[in-house]
Each structure stands twice: as structure tokens, then as C-alpha cells.
Design a binder for this molecule. Sequence first.
Ligand code: BGC
Length: 768
Amino acid sequence: MTTNAQPQLRADNIDEVLKAMTLEEKAKLLVGGANNFFGANAVVGGEADLVAGAAGTSPAIPRLGIPATVLTDGPAGVRINPTRRGTDKTYYATAFPIGSCLASTWNTELVGKVGEAIGNETKEYRCDVILGPGMNLHRNPLCGRNFEYYSEDPLLTGKIAAAYINGVQSQGAGVSAKHFAVNSQETDRTSVDERLSQRAARELYLRGFEIAVRESNPWTIMASYNKINGEFSMGNHDLLTKILRDDWGYKGIVMTDWIGIREGLPTTREVQAGNDLMEPGQPAQVEEIIKGVKEGKLDIKDVDRNVRRMLEYIVKTPSFHKYPASNAPDFKAHAAITRQSACEGIVLLKNNGTLPWKGGIKTVALFGENSYDFLSGGTGSGCVHPPYVVDMLQGLENAGIKSSETLTDIYRKYIAYARVKFQAERHPAKWYQTEMMGQQKYPEISLSPIAIDKEVRTADAAIITIGRQAGEGVDRDIDTEFNLIPEERALITDICNTFHAAGKPVIVIINSGSVIETASWSQYPDAILCAWQPGIEGGNSIADLLTGKVNPSGKLTMTWPIAATDHASTKNFPGQIDFYTFKEMAGNKRPIAGHTYTNHEEDIYVGYRYFDTFQKNVAYPFGFGLSYTTFEYSKPKCYQYIHKNDGVVIQITIKNTGSVAGKEVVQVYVEAPKGRLEKPAQELKAFAKTRELQPGESQILTMTIPVRDLASFDEANSQWITEAGTYTFRIGASSRDIRATVSLALKEYTEKTSNALAPQQKLKLLTQ
Ligand code: BGC
């Protein structure tokens, strides 16, 4: 019932509700609610217990029929507390494959299905928004959160994110595309100033978000903690209004990352900049907004604009529609989609012909502690509490393959001991090293030659799982997390020597969310499978691939360098230390180095854009991944499709020339003509994945590249420009395996943008 005094919110009376709101109510609506993520209780609104373990809420205003909405992490599944006080009922959620694994499928349709399943669990657990996808670029392999993110390439990031978002939102739940923007390091993430050229920002770090906004209209976007060229993202008018809304036409809400009040950034400035929801809110922020308006420092129009956006968001949510959440998602259906998507995201890096296993492999010696404590996902806010994880042991057993009982006994006992030891010795500052923050990684143990010798006598093959864990709050260490530790090296060489001497194969499974060093040891095993952190069905997915039930079709979405330091960003990762603060830790004051800024000297030369332009050797190139079959690429056709988007159409026929069925990921790299602006040697501009092709079967793939997508960012004129000239379309199976090329002359195309995010200091760039 609507009365003039107290209208009740509906999708068609937002103006009326806005008019009826007091200044206090408006301010309240902009300041987010509960924060039980950090264990604290409600600070505004009292909605903390709506969904235990959810990251936050937007406040309710019952007088006007405005419900609270619930925001939960994300992105690999619903992160809520698995148990609740006063009930035996459990609230486990499916851990889906992590971002890097999902992207490695290069299959937008499949990622859409994963999105649908995640959207469904979000709703069934009485949440409104999942805080994902994570869309930051893999600028450097050491970033602790790379596992949550998709790629070093913005086109792939944007397309995969759009598929995920469309999937989630098709269920009537929302997403929060994060972290907007340039949040490619964890070190000092809340204070660091990311200094970069407007071109690198537009072409790389913002581009994925732009694609996602244009192709999937996310309900919400999360502003990152860091600064960009001197201004916090959360209070950055250039970023949140000029680029996001004026240039890209974004209509949803922006929320802050989880920090509440922050030093040096008034809430009023965040409101002005176009930040609609402060998370997690603090009462003082409500007061600040009210005071700002009363004192004339904050225009009520800015407040009204943001409140309107909040109301537009709220009327879309399950909470508004009083969706009867079941708290019982369909785990069986979601396990199936997890298993399938992991199978397509796992990348076969090496195979000397040993895979797939035929019937000859009946018993396998499983080495490596993560074979028995398989890592389904990463740590921090990106972790999920799943009901189970299928480890390697279980996965092989389900496929009818036996494992060594002695090794199972050794590793199980070790893991039980390591878990206790780890928690007992945990440094108090390492908040992310608890089970509530995700599965932990325990140090690998050595095995004596006698133990290995015993196994070779009974096993038909050996598997060594090399595990790596990483997550929010810290970047990765080169020596212990990127490189192999001595125990792991010894395992690989000793097992390969012993098993090869007996004519038996060795397969290494990489169970890591991020890139690791491979160049120094990849010659030893017969096959290497990068399984990432593939979700709860991990062991089953890997067994499907080992046994040939599924043919691998995943391809890398980032370059695997020979050394971690090979990336051009190394010089400025994680940035410049120029202050020290003292923090109280375990009773002592310890100096903490502060990275106040990170210069993006490498500019647009991130990932393969650097390795390919400067012709550097790599361990595995961007786009690489093996199959059990072979594919033939036909001579491509290319023509320009003249309509309002002026697309370039590439058509190619892919034929399965091998003996088993399989899917191929076809990538189109574009080499631009020499023009006024410098260009990388090549850039990914389109991709497509075939359906499963039977031996001898072909499929015609048609890919359209809007001329706009070929443009570079011209800072001098604040515009996108596709310079006139001949463009070469290089079509291949990876960035270094080009199978066919075709060229086309194009006319100049330009598109004006706002002049935003100009650097405050002169930046020294790689090519200057
Ligand atoms: C993370 C976000 C997360 C939020 C809520 C922050 O610390 O950076 O990714 O969504 O916490 O848990």
C-alpha cells in the first residue's frame, strides 16, 4: 500500500520514495551495513546476522519498504560461514574453479554456466550480490590474488568476466566486478599509488572492465583500495564518473572495497566522485554525509543521484522480491558443472605421448602432500567453504585406479601433524593463515630413495603433485612460492630417475592458482598438467584427463616466464619503498616498509605484449596448451562487415586431424600497421573455441572484431584511434604458434573520450 506520507518502494515509484526520504535516511542508505567478515558485528543497520559470514549488507529502511541486501564473497563460490550458532544445519557452498582456471577454458558459454550456478547458490543462500568476478590484470606473476583474476590480457578478461556476469545475473542475483581498478598487487594495497600512463590504463587495466560493462551491465562494481595517479579509486571522480559512467554508460552502483573510513579520503568526496555504497559502513560516515550537506560542502544533488542508483539496484534484488531462499543449493548439479569446467580449464603443458593412459595403468604411486590435501581454491576473501574436496587419491580411485597404501599412510599422517604444527606456530600477523581463510599449504617433505624404490616395484606410474597456495593480503615469494623448494626438486629428480630406470612414466600435476617456475625441471617428467585450483571436483577432473575420458583443451591465459623476474614489471613490483611504519607484532614493534607508489614503467608491455615485442624466451607462451589430438587450420577469409560497428570478420575452418575427439581454442592476434602510435608486436583481438570435433570433423569459426577494438589510446587527443593501414590478423594455437595469417586495409577510425586519470608526475617509460 502506498500512502503519500510513507510510500513503499516499488520499481516504478523510485522518484516518490526518494522524495519521501529524510536526509538522515538518504545518508544511511549510502553507508553499508554489517561486516561479519572480520568477525565484527553490525555497525550500521543491525543486519549483521542476516547471513552469517557474508561480507556486508546495504541498510534497510523499513519505513519505506526498503529491505537490506546481502553482499557475499566471491568470486569462486559463495563465501559464508559453513556452520551457524544454534543449529546443526550446514551452509557449505560449492567451490568452483578459480578465476585463472575458468579463463583457461576460453569457453564463454561454459563460464556462463558456471556463472548461472554461482548465481543460483547466491540466491539460495539468501544473498543478493556475489563479490566477483575479480578482474585485475596479471601484471606480475607474484601478485597474491592472481588466482582470482583471469589473465594478463584485457580482452580475454573482459569476455570471460562478461560471460560470468551474464550467467550470475540471469538468475536474478547480482555481481560486483572488482577491484576497479589497477589493483594488481597486494603489497600495501590500501595505500599504494599506481602511477601509469593514460594509455596503459585505458588499453590494459580498464579495458576488461569496459568490455564487462558494455556486454553484461554488472549490478555493482567495487572500487579498489589503491590510488591511481594520486587519487584513491574510491574517491576518484575521473574513474567513477568520467570514465565509468560518461564514457562507458554504466548505470549500476559502485561500492568501496572493505575499508570503511579511510585516512585522507573524506566520505563526502567518495559520494561526490560517484561512489554509492561505503563498505563496511561506520556510523561516523552517515554523520559526515549529513553534516556535509547541512554545511553546504556536499551537494544534495550528488546524494540524491547516488540514492536513486541505490534504489534502482535494490528493486532488482532477491531480497526486495522476498525470494524464498532454500539454503539448499543443488550441489549435485553444481558438482557436474564444476567438474566439466575444470576439465576444460586444466592445461596440458607437456606430454611425451604417455597420456592419455590406456588400460595399462592400474596402480599409481601418488607423491606430494597436495595429492592427499588437494587445494580446491585460494585463501582470503576469495576462499569458499566447500562440503568436500575430491583429492588425487579419491579421483583416481573413482576412475578405478589404485594408489599406494604406504604413501597414503605417510602423507596422511604428515598432513595431520603439519596442520597442528602450522596453527601452533602461526604468526599472529598472518591472519590469512587459518582454515577459515581457506585451505593452507604445508611444506613438502622429502622421501628417501628407499621409499621411492619400494613404490616403483608395485606402481605402473608415478604422479607428483606440486601445490602452491596464495591469497589476499600478501604477494608471493620468489624463492619459496614461485620457484620449487629443494624437497620438491629432489622429489621430481629422484622419482623420475627411479621410475624411468624401470621404464615407467612420471606425471607432474601443478595444483596452484598461479604461475610457477618450470623451465629448470620440465625436461624430467613425461607429462605436466597444470590443474590450477580447480574446485571441489579437482581429483575427478584430473582423472578424466589422465584417462582420456576428456581431451584437454585448456590454454594458458598468461605467459609462464623462465624466471619470475623476466617480466618487464619486475623493476617496479611491488613498487618503491619510501617510508617505514612501526607495527605492534607479538609484543614487539617491527618496522614495516611502505610502498607509496608503483611506477608502471613497462607501460603497455604487460605479459606477452612484452615478451613477444622484445623477443624474449619464455617457458610456456600465452595461449599455449596441448591436446591429445591435432588440428589443421584452413586458409582464413577476412572481410569488413560494414554496418554501424564496422566489424572485421575472420573466418577459418578447423579440422580435427588426429585420432580422438577434441576442442581447439583459436586465437586471433593483430599486428597493426606502423603509424603514429607505438604498438606491441601483436595483441589478442578475438578468440573462439570449437565444439567437440570428432576425428576428421571440421567446424567453420567466424569471429568479428569491431574496428573500435583495434584502436589504441591516443593520449594527446583523448581518443581511441584505429590508424589507417594494413592490419595483419595472425590466427594461431598460441601467441607463438601462428598457423595462418590474413591482411586487410582499414580506414582510420576515431572515438573521443574524456580526458581522465592524467599522471601527476612525469613517468619514465620502458620505450622512452
Ligand atoms: C577484498 C574484497 C572482498 C572484500 C569483502 C576485501 O578485503 O579486497 O575482494 O570482496 O574484502 O570481503
